[in-house]
Ligand binder design. Sequence first.
Ligand SMILES: [Zn+2]
Length: 254
Amino acid sequence: MCVLFDANVEICGVKRIFLSLCLHILVVITANAQLQALCLPASATCRVLPRFSEMEMDMLRAGLVNVKAYLPDAILDIRYATDSNFVGVNVYGAYNKCYLQKDVAIKLQKADSILKRFYPGWKMVLYDCARPVSAQQILWDSLDVPIEEKGKYLSNPQNKSVHNFGAAVDLNLADANGRYLDMGTDFDYFGQEAYPFMEKHYFHTGLFGQKQMENRRLLRQIMTLAGFRGVPHEWWHFNSCSREEARENYTIVE
Ligand SMILES: [Zn+2]
């Protein structure tokens, strides 16, 4: 009885030591894993590895929100994060997301829900959202049109743009099969065919058909109903407020 008791105690004792050792090893492994996540290899001092790109950190510092949290099914086609744009190079580096002011993201969510009410399964295609002034400068310098024409397509970085405050969005729509709507021109087409106020002219000349007219009208309608305003020279661009209001209410992303 006594031996058995001793043996039990001893077994329990061994188990306790074993468990204790296991627990200790687990703590060491976990701590090491955390250190590996937080430290650069072969670095004498630890420093936190960035979880976000520098540009995304700038967005977060300015109080902007990731639009994916508000429109989970939106198609991100952030052209300035690729070389498929008028500059021909990626001007956003590792950043390829859509950040906006929170109230603007909520407004866009409203536009998306209006779209889905009439066209279930359709999605928004986001070309560009908040844009740092530094990127605006690169685009401005690269825009190959006469200087007096530049202001039609981009805000002068010195005057700032509503995009710089995270209060403007460039977008298209995609149908239930993921096909982008035909708007007559691509995003960032720098010609009169992109001008909303010239649509009727191009419809009468036969360049645009009924479909392109309807597609552009649909985009404008859902955005306007949600509280956005279009601009005269770009069918894809919508402001949530004026530049003056943005300057008053929001932090700029430099
Ligand atoms: Zn724009």
